[in-house]
Design a protein around this ligand. Sequence first.
Ligand code: GZL
Length: 311
Amino acid sequence: LLVSAVALTPLGAWAADKTVGFSQIGSESGWRAAETTVTKEQATERGINLKFADAQQKQENQIKALRGFIAQGVDAILLAPVVATGWDSVLEEAQDAEIPVILLDRKVDAPDDLYMTAVTSDTVYEGEVAGKWLVDTVAGKDCSVVELQGTTGSSPAIDRKAGFEKAIADASNIKIVRSQTGDFTRAQGKVVMESFLKAEGAENICALYAHNDDMAVGAIQAIKEAGAEPGKDILVVAIDAVPDMHLAIAKGEANATVELTPNMAGPAFDILDAFWADGTLPEKWVQTESKLFTAEDDNQAIYDMKKGLGY
Ligand code: GZL
């Protein structure tokens, strides 16, 4: 009877009526907002009862939310961890309560038996793609780069810095002259870029590398206010491929971005469904694709298509 029940129940049905707690970082960027929208849509499509908690980018709020989910006895937890460290004890509490945890879009420095899997893009590769684009674009010309880092201690900030540095390591003409966190937000991206421009002088900056598009969009405003032309006087390369970055590229105010899907929850729910069906366990890292977009792409059409997709 059990075999026929498992065989007859279509994949996707096992998640119906389950309760999943989702501890989201916040709404610091367009990409983050899209991830939230998509996660809620994916849960609704599957008949999953999603309990959503926004942490306003504070780890203590995420830990509180996880403890709440554990107390409620949810069937599973999705966690987008704002930073990579400090999770061991709350993840042990979830493990003790036999509640599976899936990490979304960022990783943690914790033993990997404390979570079922991490669904993320390859954030080192994204930094490498950005760095390689710059190496190819400046083609031997001396280039002083300023870098807007993501949230300090977050896995994408650590990885995207490492990947970019790896890509430019052999290009002695390219140097990172300033590097500071803009916390993945437009507002901070603008403020920190203003300080870079004041310190270096716009005429001495060849390129901006930002760990996400929102900081780049803020920085573009600062570059214009300093009387320089973003995308021309100062090249602009970032990551996320949000609509406003496609628009900036279409207008010639930015040059390149690296896309990663905001739909990390779809794969996560599929993994949970298979687990609830018959105990199937995923690999410890389920990797989503990353793709470069430049001025050669039809960014206006991509902007039009993406606008409203939860961004
Ligand atoms: C990347 C994700 C990052 C986005 C930013 O996986 O964690 O967080 O690139 C967001 O826009 O703030």
